[in-house]
Design a protein around this ligand. Sequence first.
Ligand code: PMP
Length: 404
Amino acid sequence: PPVSTADHIALAQARSAHNYAPLPVVIASGEGAWVTDVEGRRHLDMLAGYSAMNFGHANPDLLAAAHHQLDRVTLTSRAFYNDQFAPFVTALGDLAGKERVLPMNTGAEAVETAIKVARRWAYEVKGVPDGEATIVVAGGNFHGRTTTIISFSSDPDAYGGFGPYTPGFRSVPYGDAEAVAEAVDGTTAAVLVEPVQGEAGVVVPPPDYLPRLRELCDSERVLLIADEVQSGLGRTGTVRACEHTGVVPDAYLFGKALGGGVLPVSAMVADESVLGVIQPGQHGSTFGGNPMAGAMGRTVVRMLKEGPYLESARTLGEVLRTRLKEFVGDGVAAARSIGLWAGIDIDPSLATGRRMCELLAERGVLVKDTHGSTIRLSPPLVISEEDLNWGLDQLGAVLADLKA
Ligand code: PMP
């Protein structure tokens, strides 16, 4: 087996598909906010698996829950009940203030679930003929990579050359409630929105956006579906990013951190009036709601309720926000943040986002670029203030080097 970083990367590049362009770091282990590569070098993980690792690497509570469940039973399929299932759906439903939970695995599957449920709801409840339901979405969205989901992507890399695409989606600019109002008509089943757009570069919409969508959905009898796959479960300092605006959507989609970074766990969470439209045989997955997923999901819910994670995201988020201000106008064109989550637009004359990530990796800080010159920070919520400051010092040092 390959041992050096270079050997490993050469082999991976020779034998894997080209669907990712990873930074040249080969991670072998992790603890808290730190990972160690195959050559023993430590790196500060300021991406946290796009928020899937909110609780940090090798979190003792999650490891204990995983080990305990591994020794008992790991998979049953949904042909039977398993003893983790009811506690999991109860805990997650209660956490979100909703009656029912439909567990799946990846974020994209939760989104697919929501699309099917919304269409079926429009068919049964609103009487929209089969095949005519529409869903209003936002430009710049990222909801996953299935054929249906990319059908309403505005990202030219995600969309293009993969057709035919799934019809029935209307995309309007993110943050523009007026445009949503214009797109909604009698065929509309749902408005599907990220409360904060993650992949777009941590874009926080105007404060009245979600409240206005809520009003509109109420008056037009349309479901408001919040994709909290990346924004939810602590990242913004709350369980749901929607809480910042007081808006209660008709359905939440959770993923990423719901599996504690141990395995993929996602879910659509809504009341009986919405999820009640799905009957046996209409939707599911061999792995959705499996015992391991249930054990991880219920542990994550307990940790969010009892642990320091939400508070840390808020406190450290203030540190992050304050420090980012130092950089704006000085190598950074703009910085946005909410909780422990930031999008930073590097001055494009200095470096691309990709180059920034490479330079930061050389200094032992792992982050990810998104479009163009934007990089994104989403460190584990367990990062210490000292480590967060050290990571931001490295960002300052890279910017200083580039300007020199
Ligand atoms: N929704 C949002 C908001 C996301 O950020 C992502 C992943 N970046 C997804 C859905 C898709 O999740 P997955 O990669 O687990 O399919």
